[in-house]
Design a protein around this ligand. Structure first.
Ligand SMILES: [Zn+2]
Ligand SMILES: [Zn+2]
Ligand SMILES: [Zn+2]
Length: 766
């Protein structure tokens, strides 16, 4: 027998970045090293981790090959360096104790839907966590919403008050366990518990609160359910009375409710779900996914009145799963636990105070929600998942930037507000803060700013804000002392956000279409083509100005915009046009509006594309008043989907100096002709969409001819309209324009904080 000669033992050091604490990276490396028969160590570094492995060269190779392929699902590592090192006398693989200084700049993970392994345990009567509503592991559970401060460990989270029992502690210390170093580890003996409260907040004496809550839901009650980022208000989606009751009590007139279904198959039975949507729905982020409802499906009309798109999502906490398991309902309405537009409620006592008139009971628990975080909303358009609201599940995952920048705080706009902090080459957007129109939302805004700065351990000395002088966020920025302020034009921010997430630099053609954005001339902009880079922009084209009679009233009452356009094109005696929709207008109100515009009282000029949508929706008779933002435009889009017309209403292009003005006279001439010929609303809506797509493609081509630019960025709330986006993208590609749109951050105002931040960051360099 010959002696085995170990000649090929080597030691390699691998430096990796991109690790998020709380996703199980270190236990994964530990297991992999053991499987490959290697010794060594893994330690945290400021950038991520340093792994040292030692063993037969072949085994080390195998380890290196498997490492990037088999990393836990939520980890995207980058190997920074790989080098040989001196052999060490050691017998096993170990995980070095975490040093707080090293992990201080590590990232916080978003909240993650309960994983399959945990679900299996939860359903197993022999498991010690059988039916435990807070089961979690390294791969799943709450993170962002329970973190007070960094570095991420139990003492700085809402789990601090729950001391781990011996069994949990043993898992926590066992590198082979799925719960090794899981800060949120808990069980029936040591972790959070659910309780059922009556509408008055009094605790109900029930043995199994979740079964009882399920029974109440089944009977048609409204139950407020405490989740990850806030309370939901829930009821059986197929119980007409329950849905009606919830709608009435919440004073939510027509805005659609989101629906939670048990499995992705159920969603596909109710709605037409493509593969990308299904994948989104089942992802660990578990967003609400907008899907077209199947025509044949009978459903309670009060769930999504007049809307053919349903917001559907799957259970993402153990509590949700247990509810579906305990009750006989197919789908639950799950809407944010708030009053109209206030932020979602997170605290038990606050919930009782604010929701007691809406709900019949509360399914609460004793784990604090540190930061509220609404559900995210996704819709697939132009073959890509688009985030209409980027919040739970996605926050605080950063958007990668091309370059490192000085730390900047950007405070966003007024509606659908988010804030953004840039650190190094990463931009961190906050959760959806909402409309800054009430005290609660403004307080939440401040909390979101502070929380984000705290968990990123950075306090920027530069604040970027919108130019609108009356926005809460603008005023808040201006009240800060010892900071540099950078004002950013709204549509420039939209375009820059689109550029940043698509990693573009240099000049682009930016098409920003939305409802409202303060222009540099004091007018309300919203139908803009900018030739822009991060440093600045030129306004290359925009819709011709029309009056916005009554300001905010014109937004709530689209008929005012119809009158504004009609008066502009056909003179003040609009009633003589005799259009069907005019019969519904109060003649006294009409004359007030006409006078207002004539005397230029409370009638700012606007080039808003959103308002043009409103005007067309009202003129074709679809809707004269709205109950929620963009309702008329949403209905116009849905109507247009019933037509396959390829005709387009013409829009006029007139050059004024160096700027193209997009006129709407021809559009209205054709529209009125169609109305008189009783053309269907579907066809008129389609022709309007086609016309819009065409005119902006024409403008882009003119700019290309003049300036040699070929890249087009589409941004602004109007591009949440999937039909407009898809039509425009197809038309642009046809003309060989390179077109970019949003997939990382919302096209609407939820994305502008990113644009503001990058513009301010670049300005500092300049
Ligand atoms: Zn798990
Ligand atoms: Zn325990
Ligand atoms: Zn906007």
């Amino acid at each position: 027998m010959t002696e085995t000669v170990r000649t090929s033992v080597i030691r390699k050091v691998i430096d990796v970045a991109g690790i998020v604490p709380g996703v199980g990276f270190r236990p994964f490396v530990y297991r992999l090293a053991n499987e490959c028969g290697l010794t060594g160590v893994i330690a945290n570094t400021p950038a991520g981790a340093s792994i040292e492995v030692q063993g037969e060269a072949e085994a080390v190779e195998r380890f290196l090959e498997r490492l990037p392929k088999e990393v836990p699902p939520r980890t995207k590592i980058t190997v920074l360096g790989l080098r040989e090192a001196e052999l060490q006398p050691e017998t096993g693989f170990r995980i070095a104790a975490s040093r707080t200084d090293a992990s201080a700049r590590a990232l916080i993970s978003p909240d993650v839907a309960v994983c399959e392994d945990c679900l299996r345990e939860m359903m197993n009567p022999r498991d010690r966590r059988f039916r435990y509503p807070f089961i979690n592991c390294m791969n799943c559970g709450p993170r962002f919403t329970i973190v007070h401060d960094i570095p991420y460990d139990r003492a700085r989270t809402a789990m601090a008050k729950f001391k781990m029992c011996a069994a949990c502690q043993a898992e926590y210390e066992n590198p082979a366990s799925r719960r090794f170093h899981a800060q949120t580890n808990a069980c029936w003996d040591c972790g959070p518990q659910v309780s059922l409260l009556g509408a008055d907040g009094a605790r109900m004496d029930v043995a199994e609160p979740i079964r009882e809550a399920a029974r109440l839901l089944q009977q048609g009650s409204v139950v407020a359910i405490k989740g990850l980022g806030g309370f939901h208000l829930a009821c059986d989606a197929q119980n007409e009375k329950a849905v009606g009751k919830l709608r009435e009590r919440k004073r939510r007139v027509e805005k659609p409710f989101a629906i939670m279904v048990r499995r992705v198959e159920d969603a596909a039975r109710l709605c037409v779900a493509d593969e990308i949507s299904k994948k989104q729905m089942s992802s660990f982020e578990r967003p609400i996914v907008l899907l077209p409802r199947r025509a044949a499906v009978a459903f309670v009309p009060g769930v999504t009145p007049g809307n053919r798109y349903w917001g559907v999502f799957l259970p993402y906490t153990p509590v949700h799963h247990l509810l579906f398991q305990s009750g006989k309902f197919e789908a639950l309405v799950m809407t944010s636990g708030n009053l109209s537009e206030e932020p979602v409620t997170i605290d038990n006592e606050e919930a009782v105070r604010r929701l007691n008139r809406i709900t019949d009971a509360f399914l609460a628990h004793d784990r604090e929600i540190v930061r509220r975080c609404d559900d995210s909303v996704v819709r697939v358009a132009a073959g890509q998942p688009q985030k209409l609201r980027r919040s739970r599940g996605f926050v605080p995952v950063p958007v990668q930037l091309e370059k490192e920048m000085q730390p900047v705080l950007a405070v966003g706009g007024e509606l659908k507000n988010t804030v953004c902090v840039v650190r190094g080459s990463e931009a961190f957007l906050s959760q959806h803060v909402g409309d800054l129109e009430n005290v609660e939302s403004c307080r939440f805004f401040e909390e979101a700013v502070q929380h984000l700065q705290r968990i990123l351990d950075t306090e920027p000395k530069v604040i970027a804000h919108d130019l609108h002088p009356d926005y809460f966020s603008t005023k808040w920025a201006q009240e800060r002392t010892g900071v540099e302020l950078v004002g950013v034009q709204h549509h420039h921010a939209h375009v820059a956000a689109c550029m940043a997430e698509n990693h573009l630099d240099g000049k682009v053609i930016g098409i920003a279409l939305d409802g409202t954005g303060y222009g540099t001339d004091g007018a309300i902009w919203g139908g803009e083509v900018l030739v822009a880079d991060y440093a600045g922009f030129e306004r290359a084209a925009h819709f011709e100005y029309v009056p916005l009679p009554g300001g905010a009233a014109a937004i709530h009452e689209p008929w005012r915009m119809a009158v504004s356009y009609l008066a502009k094109h056909y003179g003040n005696e609009v009633e003589k046009l005799g259009l069907p929709f005019q019969a519904k207008i109060d003649s006294r109100k009409l004359s007030v509006v006409l006078q207002m515009m004539e005397r230029e009282i409370n009638s700012l000029r606007t080039s808003s594309c959103g308002r043009l949508f409103d005007a067309v929706a009202a003129t074709v008779g679809l809707r004269g008043t709205v109950n929620f933002e963009a309702q008329a435009a949403i209905e116009l889009e849905m109507a247009a989907r019933d037509s396959v017309s390829e005709s387009a209403y013409p829009l006029d292009l007139n050059l004024h100096g160096a700027t193209w003005q997009i006129g709407t006279k021809s559009l209205f001439d054709w529209l009125l002709k169609d109305i008189r010929q009783q053309t269907s609303v579907a066809e008129m809506s389609r022709k309007f969409h086609n016309g819009l797509a065409l005119v902006f493609v024409n403008v882009a081509e003119k700019i290309r001819a003049k300036m040699g630019l070929n890249r087009v960025c589409l941004s602004g709330g109007c591009f949440m309209n999937a039909l407009l986006l898809e039509t425009m993208v197809a038309e642009m590609k046809e003309r060989s324009l390179e077109v970019f749109f949003h997939t990382e951050v919302p096209a609407g105002d939820g994305g502008i904080s990113l644009g503001q931040a990058v513009i301010a960051g670049r300005r500092l360099e300049g």
